[in-house]
Design a protein around this ligand. Structure first.
Ligand code: K1U
Ligand code: ZN
Length: 171
């Protein structure tokens, strides 16, 4: 396994659409393993392939609390097949926009279809943090960031801060 460098805002790959995986090759399995290692090291609770510069529809997640055993999800071609009408507001962060958390409103419950690492079709039902996380990661695969769910005022405020931070780092 290997750590992969994380892609940061405003790199364009974060705004591009990841392509479906046709064959679950050794390269895809290696990618998922490396993404999991990178997510744990960050640390984070999710990661999408765009965030390591790969435009393939692969995500990993582990939303287990510190007092629970690890619960690693590796999903290939995940899709939301149902979402609840009721919404929940939850604080989200993004490993590609470090230091800029915000409250995001999303459907409280979702059902997801995906392929597991053996290529079997699976479904999962998610609520609470796992629901927010899987929606955040599928958004990444579609070039969407949590910023896009905020008001224009809040989004612009974060974008201005990120631009300023990037300018300072490059000085
Ligand atoms: O996709 C990402 O950028 C990862 C992101 C996922 C996420 C977090 C919160 C709500 C929805 C989706 C993160 O993992 S940010 C880091 C984070 O949440 C965390 C870091 C250390 C300990 C616990 C959580
Ligand atoms: Zn993110």
């Amino acid at each position: 396994m290997a750590l992969m460098p994380l892609v940061m805002l405003p790199q364009p790959v974060l705004r591009q659409i990841a392509q479906p995986v046709d064959d679950i090759t050794d390269d895809i399995l290696q990618l998922a393993d490396n993404m999991a290692e990178t997510m744990y090291a960050a640390p984070g609770i999710g990661l999408a392939a765009n965030q390591v510069g790969v435009l393939k529809r692969v995500i990993v997640m582990d939303c287990a609390r510190d007092d629970e055993p690890p619960s690693l999800w590796k999903m290939i071609n995940p899709e939301i097949i149902w979402c609840s009408e009721d919404n929940t507001k939850m604080e989200e962060g993004c490993l590609s926009i470090p230091g800029h958390n915000a409250e995001v409103m999303r459907p409280s419950e979702v059902h997801i279809s995906y392929l597991d690492t053996e290529g079997r079709a699976q479904e999962m039902q998610a609520t609470d943090l796992l629901a927010a996380c899987v929606q955040h990661e599928i958004d990444h695969l579609n070039g969407v960031l949590f910023l896009d769910h905020l008001s224009r005022l809040k989004r612009d405020m974060i974008m201005r801060k990120v631009t300023k931070e990037n300018r300072t780092q490059n000085d």
